[in-house]
Design a protein around this ligand. Sequence first.
Ligand SMILES: Cc1ncc(COP(=O)(O)O)c(C=O)c1O
Length: 409
Amino acid sequence: MSTESVASTSSWTQRLQDVMPFGSSTSSKAPSLEPEEPSVIVRGKGCRVWDDRDREFIDFRNGLGPVTLGYAFPAVNEAIRKQLDSGCVYGHPHPLECEVAEMLRDVIPCAEQVRFLKTGGEALAACIKIARAYTGREHVIQVGYNGWLNSLSAGGRVLPGQSSATNIAPPGVPEALSALHHTCAWNDVVAMKNVFEQFDNQIAAVVVAADYAQMSAGEAYYPAIRALTQKHGAVLIFDEIVTGFRIACAGAQEYFEVTPDMAVYAKGMANGMPLSAYVGKRDLMQTIKRAVISTTYGGEALSLAAAKATLQTYDRENVVDFLWAQGESFWTRANQIMKDRNVGAKLEGFWPCPMWSFEGLDAQQFFRACYKHGLSLYNVSYVNFSHKDTDVEDALKRFEKVADELRPA
Ligand SMILES: Cc1ncc(COP(=O)(O)O)c(C=O)c1O
């Protein structure tokens, strides 16, 4: 580590970088904007988090997505505590495994059957395996980032905002495996048609994660790819890891009224507890009986207790409507603050999960100024159910300070 980085990073960052690559187990969580950015978060409550220096931030990172109700949300914490007293994993299914699966089946159009895993990427890998076994085909088309396990094609997304080199398999991926995965850009139906033509009768599945800034294009795009996959006999899989429990409970398939064959949910389902679900048509899901997918922790009960409490809160409190309304009121006012001061930062996309875009302003400079004034943001910034009106007013005052500091002379 250089002398400069030693001087500008905290002792936690130095220790983390020493003990693990990236200084974090999640690539996008490692701080790069210290000393303004927190090096570690030690606690969170509602929509606020505190670092090791007891600095408070109004948080819009939400654990990079999964915290939709708020940190340490009472109803979810209570459910986890209660379950903990009875154990967290057993040698047989717990009733919660059935109850939460039924709750998902009741709200997700394509979910005739449901099964649980721990991470989104793993659940998408499960869908891809099922689609291959079901169709007897090997090739897969991917749109957007579908988790590190599935970042296999040359030129595909290896992280949400980062693509691999277009002429070679990503490092660590055998060429033979990489050649079976094809990347198409969001909303490029022509490119997808071309891959279907080039690999006639060989495409097992199309996996699609929406582009947050351009999500409204889904209106025409989803029906088009539904028709295309039906025409070619490929399984259509929606990656609802960000859209699920944000733009609608069932995500893009509910919002755009296009039913895929399978889908994956993770962030948003258990307010931050590690739980993913892969769901789909019964005959596809039954393929698991021969294409094995299994893990010891699939029915882990603390996360399922959290999911049950989270889903009940969504139902009782109409959380999705809140995320839309509070997101719209807050982000449009934040955009106006930037515009009034000629600061080239604005949010685009759907209000529960909009994306920052920049013009004539360095993104790092913007995020650094936000941390300095007590706002913790991410490229995709989310309001959660605990961003109440007083928090919004507080955050807007902080945005004013950011904009005043960044406004051109
Ligand atoms: C759209 C999308 N798909 C898949 C994933 C991977 O999910 P996980 O990190 O739980 O494996 C992510 C995570 O950021 C995501 O945003």
